[in-house]
Design a protein around this ligand. Sequence first.
Ligand code: ZN
Length: 163
Amino acid sequence: MTQEQVHKTMSAIRGKDTKPEMLVRRFLWHRGFRFLVNVRSLPGKPDVVLRGKYRICLFVNGCFWHGHKGCYSKPKTNVAFWERKVERNQERDGEVRERLRNMGWHCVTVWECELKPTARKDNLEKLERTIRMIAEGGKMVRGYDLGDELVNGEAAENGAEYQ
Ligand SMILES: [Zn+2]
Protein backbone atom coordinates (compact mmCIF):
# COMPACT_ATOMS: atom_id res chain seq x y z
CA MET A 1 0.00 0.00 0.00
CA THR A 2 1.37 3.43 -0.85
CA GLN A 3 1.24 6.23 1.66
CA GLU A 4 -1.52 7.85 -0.31
CA GLN A 5 -3.60 4.67 -0.18
CA VAL A 6 -3.00 4.44 3.54
CA HIS A 7 -4.26 7.97 4.02
CA LYS A 8 -7.28 7.24 1.88
CA THR A 9 -8.03 4.06 3.78
CA MET A 10 -7.66 5.78 7.11
CA SER A 11 -9.85 8.74 6.31
CA ALA A 12 -12.46 6.41 4.86
CA ILE A 13 -12.44 4.39 8.06
CA ARG A 14 -12.54 7.40 10.32
CA GLY A 15 -15.51 8.89 8.53
CA LYS A 16 -18.81 8.35 10.24
CA ASP A 17 -20.79 6.80 7.41
CA THR A 18 -18.12 4.96 5.48
CA LYS A 19 -19.37 3.46 2.29
CA PRO A 20 -19.17 -0.25 3.22
CA GLU A 21 -21.14 0.49 6.37
CA MET A 22 -23.81 2.30 4.36
CA LEU A 23 -24.11 -0.66 1.99
CA VAL A 24 -24.84 -2.94 4.89
CA ARG A 25 -27.28 -0.53 6.48
CA ARG A 26 -29.20 0.06 3.26
CA PHE A 27 -29.39 -3.65 2.56
CA LEU A 28 -30.68 -4.54 6.03
CA TRP A 29 -33.18 -1.69 5.96
CA HIS A 30 -34.61 -2.87 2.65
CA ARG A 31 -34.87 -6.39 4.03
CA GLY A 32 -37.04 -5.06 6.80
CA PHE A 33 -34.56 -5.00 9.67
CA ARG A 34 -34.65 -2.07 12.05
CA PHE A 35 -31.56 -1.24 14.01
CA LEU A 36 -29.44 1.32 15.80
CA VAL A 37 -26.20 2.66 14.37
CA ASN A 38 -22.88 3.66 15.97
CA VAL A 39 -24.06 2.68 19.41
CA ARG A 40 -21.84 4.45 21.91
CA SER A 41 -23.33 2.76 24.93
CA LEU A 42 -21.92 -0.65 23.89
CA PRO A 43 -18.25 -1.69 23.88
CA GLY A 44 -16.52 -0.92 20.59
CA LYS A 45 -19.35 1.33 19.40
CA PRO A 46 -20.88 -1.30 17.09
CA ASP A 47 -21.73 -0.05 13.59
CA VAL A 48 -25.14 -1.70 13.58
CA VAL A 49 -27.09 -3.10 16.54
CA LEU A 50 -30.13 -5.36 16.19
CA ARG A 51 -32.03 -5.63 19.44
CA GLY A 52 -34.88 -7.80 20.61
CA LYS A 53 -34.69 -11.43 19.52
CA TYR A 54 -31.47 -10.77 17.64
CA ARG A 55 -29.08 -9.27 20.17
CA ILE A 56 -26.54 -8.81 17.40
CA CYS A 57 -23.71 -6.32 17.14
CA LEU A 58 -22.46 -5.86 13.64
CA PHE A 59 -19.03 -4.54 12.79
CA VAL A 60 -18.12 -3.48 9.29
CA ASN A 61 -14.34 -3.63 9.32
CA GLY A 62 -11.81 -2.08 7.00
CA CYS A 63 -9.39 -4.83 5.97
CA PHE A 64 -6.24 -2.79 6.46
CA TRP A 65 -7.09 -1.05 9.68
CA HIS A 66 -8.42 -4.17 11.40
CA GLY A 67 -5.83 -6.49 9.85
CA HIS A 68 -8.04 -8.91 7.92
CA LYS A 69 -5.98 -12.12 7.92
CA GLY A 70 -4.63 -13.09 4.53
CA CYS A 71 -6.26 -10.11 2.91
CA TYR A 72 -4.67 -6.77 3.59
CA SER A 73 -1.34 -5.91 2.06
CA LYS A 74 1.35 -4.49 4.25
CA PRO A 75 2.26 -0.86 3.76
CA LYS A 76 5.58 -0.25 2.04
CA THR A 77 6.70 2.49 4.36
CA ASN A 78 6.79 2.69 8.16
CA VAL A 79 6.14 -1.06 8.25
CA ALA A 80 6.83 -1.51 11.95
CA PHE A 81 4.67 1.46 12.87
CA TRP A 82 1.67 0.21 10.90
CA GLU A 83 2.09 -3.36 12.04
CA ARG A 84 2.03 -2.25 15.64
CA LYS A 85 -1.04 -0.14 15.04
CA VAL A 86 -2.91 -2.92 13.26
CA GLU A 87 -1.93 -5.42 15.94
CA ARG A 88 -3.25 -3.12 18.62
CA ASN A 89 -6.52 -2.77 16.73
CA GLN A 90 -6.83 -6.53 16.42
CA GLU A 91 -6.27 -6.90 20.15
CA ARG A 92 -8.88 -4.27 20.87
CA ASP A 93 -11.35 -5.93 18.47
CA GLY A 94 -10.87 -9.20 20.34
CA GLU A 95 -11.44 -7.54 23.71
CA VAL A 96 -14.54 -5.76 22.47
CA ARG A 97 -16.05 -9.02 21.20
CA GLU A 98 -15.27 -10.77 24.44
CA ARG A 99 -16.96 -8.03 26.45
CA LEU A 100 -20.01 -8.05 24.20
CA ARG A 101 -20.23 -11.83 24.38
CA ASN A 102 -20.15 -11.66 28.16
CA MET A 103 -23.05 -9.22 27.95
CA GLY A 104 -25.00 -11.71 25.86
CA TRP A 105 -24.50 -10.12 22.46
CA HIS A 106 -23.66 -11.98 19.28
CA CYS A 107 -21.03 -10.29 17.14
CA VAL A 108 -21.01 -10.45 13.37
CA THR A 109 -18.04 -9.13 11.41
CA VAL A 110 -18.39 -7.98 7.83
CA TRP A 111 -15.11 -7.23 6.07
CA GLU A 112 -14.76 -4.45 3.57
CA CYS A 113 -13.47 -6.87 0.92
CA GLU A 114 -16.67 -8.90 1.25
CA LEU A 115 -18.55 -5.89 -0.05
CA LYS A 116 -16.60 -5.48 -3.27
CA PRO A 117 -19.02 -5.20 -6.18
CA THR A 118 -18.38 -8.77 -7.38
CA ALA A 119 -18.90 -10.38 -3.97
CA ARG A 120 -21.38 -7.96 -2.44
CA LYS A 121 -24.66 -9.59 -3.35
CA ASP A 122 -23.68 -13.08 -2.16
CA ASN A 123 -22.20 -11.80 1.08
CA LEU A 124 -25.12 -9.57 1.96
CA GLU A 125 -27.42 -12.57 1.44
CA LYS A 126 -25.08 -14.54 3.66
CA LEU A 127 -25.33 -11.80 6.26
CA GLU A 128 -29.10 -11.98 6.25
CA ARG A 129 -28.99 -15.77 6.62
CA THR A 130 -26.56 -15.46 9.51
CA ILE A 131 -28.79 -12.92 11.27
CA ARG A 132 -31.89 -15.08 10.84
CA MET A 133 -30.00 -18.15 11.97
CA ILE A 134 -28.92 -16.41 15.16
CA ALA A 135 -32.46 -15.19 15.84
CA GLU A 136 -33.94 -18.64 15.40
CA GLY A 137 -31.17 -20.48 17.16
CA GLY A 138 -30.90 -19.52 20.78
CA LYS A 139 -27.39 -20.69 20.08
CA MET A 140 -24.41 -20.14 22.27
CA VAL A 141 -23.39 -16.51 22.12
CA ARG A 142 -20.33 -16.13 19.96
CA GLY A 143 -18.84 -14.34 17.02
CA TYR A 144 -19.62 -14.92 13.40
CA ASP A 145 -17.75 -14.19 10.21
CA LEU A 146 -19.56 -14.32 6.93
CA GLY A 147 -16.92 -16.79 5.81
CA ASP A 148 -18.25 -19.32 8.34
CA GLU A 149 -19.66 -22.35 6.63
CA LEU A 150 -23.31 -22.89 7.30
CA VAL A 151 -23.77 -26.54 8.15
CA ASN A 152 -27.36 -27.62 8.71
CA GLY A 153 -28.20 -24.05 9.47
CA GLU A 154 -25.47 -23.79 12.04
CA ALA A 155 -22.19 -22.04 11.55
CA ALA A 156 -19.12 -24.16 12.08
CA GLU A 157 -17.11 -23.18 15.12
CA ASN A 158 -14.79 -20.34 14.49
CA GLY A 159 -12.23 -20.65 17.24
CA ALA A 160 -10.14 -17.74 16.06
CA GLU A 161 -12.74 -15.17 16.88
CA TYR A 162 -12.07 -14.92 20.60
CA GLN A 163 -8.50 -16.04 20.86
ZN1 ZN B 1 -10.47 -8.35 3.60
